[in-house]
Design a protein around this ligand. Sequence first.
Ligand code: ADP
Ligand code: MG
Length: 234
Amino acid sequence: MNARADVIVKLEQITRVYQQDSVAVNALGGIDLEIQRGDFAVLVGPSGSGKTTLLNLIGGLDSPSAGRIWVAGTEIGRMSRAELSDVRLRQIGFVFQEFNLIPVLSALENVEFVMLLQGMSDALRRVRSFALLKELGLAGLEHRRPAELSGGQQQRVAVARAIAAEPIIVLPDEPTANLDSKAGAALMDLMRRLNEEKGVTFVFSTHDAMVVERARRVIRMRDGRIESDERRAA
Ligand code: ADP
Ligand code: MG
């Protein structure tokens, strides 16, 4: 990738066309975007503007109809399935609107799960998961299952799980959509702290003005295109 070292994700002329019966839906129409290490960026735009599609492409959950995507310097369109799944496991942290924790596992086990897949030893996994949950304000709740936690607590477990593998980027898709405003603000403050103190890079999507206010880079989308892209002073 011919780019500065601090560009960790690069998209070049990305389009995504969904075939809906016989109708083609242009979800993304020519996206050029660079995400830099340390970004705390939000994708904001009306429903249907392409935010989820874009996050799924950055995270390797979906493939573009045309264009090229690089993650950590490697073009994902050229990777084998095994390489791509390894990137998803090690480089990308996902956080979904619906929390998406595994219901039969405790908070601790949910966080450990990614490290288990990575082959980390039991003891190290356990120590790291306890430490992460504590850091995210969940000490004492490690053995609760998702149903025994509030929405805000579940979403914090989801953030702990997303950052457990120390990914190069975390991609929360409307992370506050199912939270009340207080829990949503607390979640944003937490992610911002992880960004400032640990340098975790975030690109999230939202509808929520409170979330936009807290972002340091605001990428506005409309009809599958980037309308504006502004950085703010910290
Ligand atoms: P947002 O997250 O901003 O609400 P999406 O990325 O979900 O937007 O959707 C962008 C466009 O792509 C919308 O027109 C949506 O209807 C369409 N779309 C998204 N996913 C699919 C799909 N799996 N099949 C067909 N059309 C889709
Ligand atoms: Mg969406």
